[in-house]
Write a protein that binds this ligand. Structure first.
Ligand code: SF4
Ligand code: SF4
Ligand code: SF4
Length: 304
């Protein structure tokens, strides 16, 4: 950006949990440095913004806009269109925005079935539901509805990555993601010997809690469904992936390694290539628990 004024940043959340915005606030001493360089013109986590009346969905102009959350309702769609109109650069922030994330789990059911499950009304429009903005037929990622200039996955993205993206876009640069899988950032011991079936994570993995994680055997090799091979890395920053630090398998929350990847198919391929019987997975669709948008999670036959 060539002019001298501070770049204006705008944030909006759709079907989101606020974790992505909290991740930015969690960026430690980088945060005050950043705040000195930018002007934040819209940030619902810090300043409530009621929409409605003549001002409906009128958002301030900004240089860089960040949208977190999946696109689940007509209201989300209107907000998103407003963001696209008012922001020169638009970033989808977090796995809900880039791949549907947790909200897209509902894509296995119709909107009416979801309302019925939540509000217990057979018409699909209970009293509370009638007050809600109309649901879309399914939950979409942001790039399915508008042009997106940069996608930053993560649930939430690592604070350092959010700051890196902001600072790079402020100078009209191109941010860089690690481009590695979780496995490529994981220091556990791999022997090449795989457990031949998938073990449910009902018991702890085998490790010595007095030993560093570097001494633990790979959880996938132990037979646990660790999605590290098919999940984008970066959750631990320069350190060990977060779940592996806690000695539990990766659940896939950064979405696929390649933006257009399919974590379900990719994981089944990984298992098959190691001779593991994937039929032991109780619910294969659950491998898309963070990336069900882009038409990947579809209606189950019962609710079609
Ligand atoms: S990506 Fe994760 S942290 Fe961000 S809004 Fe979605 S659920 Fe919350
Ligand atoms: S499968 Fe899991 S435990 Fe094994 S190397 Fe990959 S991330 Fe680490
Ligand atoms: S290890 Fe996997 S599930 Fe855990 S935080 Fe990292 S990307 Fe997400």
């Amino acid at each position: 950006m060539k002019d001298k004024r501070r770049p204006r940043l705008s944030f909006v959340w759709l079907h989101a949990c606020s974790g992505c915005e909290i991740a930015l606030l969690n960026s430690g001493e980088r945060l005050p440095e950043l705040l000195n360089k930018v002007e934040i013109v819209h940030f619902p986590l810090l300043v409530d913004h009621k929409f409605g009346g003549e001002q409906e969905f009128a958002l301030p102009e900004a240089d860089i806009g960040f949208v977190s959350g999946g696109v689940a309702s007509e209201e989300h769609l209107a907000l998103l269109y407003s963001m696209r109109r008012t922001c020169r650069i638009l970033v989808s922030l977090g796995t809900c925005a880039t791949h549907g994330g947790v909200p897209a789990l509902r894509n296995r059911w119709t909107a009416a079935a979801t309302l019925e499950t939540v509000f217990g009304d057979t018409s699909g429009r209970a009293t509370v539901a009638a007050e809600m903005p109309a649901l879309l037929d399914r939950v979409y990622s942001v790039d399915e509805k508008v042009r997106v200039d940069f996608c930053l996955p993560g649930c939430p993205p690592h604070p350092e990555m959010i700051v890196h993206v902001i600072e790079t876009l402020m100078t009209d640069g191109q941010p860089r993601l690690p481009g590695k899988s979780v496995c490529e950032t994981c220091p556990t011991i791999r022997t090449g010997e795989m457990h031949r079936t998938v073990r449910r994570f009902l018991n702890n993995a085998e490790y010595d809690s007095d030993e560093p994680v570097e001494e633990m055997r790979c959880l996938l090799e132990q037979g646990f469904l660790c999605m590290g091979p098919v999940t984008a890395g970066g959750c631990g920053g320069l350190s060990v992936p977060l779940c592996v630090q806690a000695r539990v398998p990766c659940r896939g929350c950064y979405g696929p390694v390649r933006p257009e990847g399919n974590q379900l198919l990719d994981m089944l391929n990984v298992l098959a290539s190691h001779g593991v019987d994937h039929r032991a997975i109780v619910d294969r669709q659950s491998l898309l628990r963070f990336s069900g948008a882009h038409g990947l999670l579809r209606l189950t036959r019962k609710t079609k």
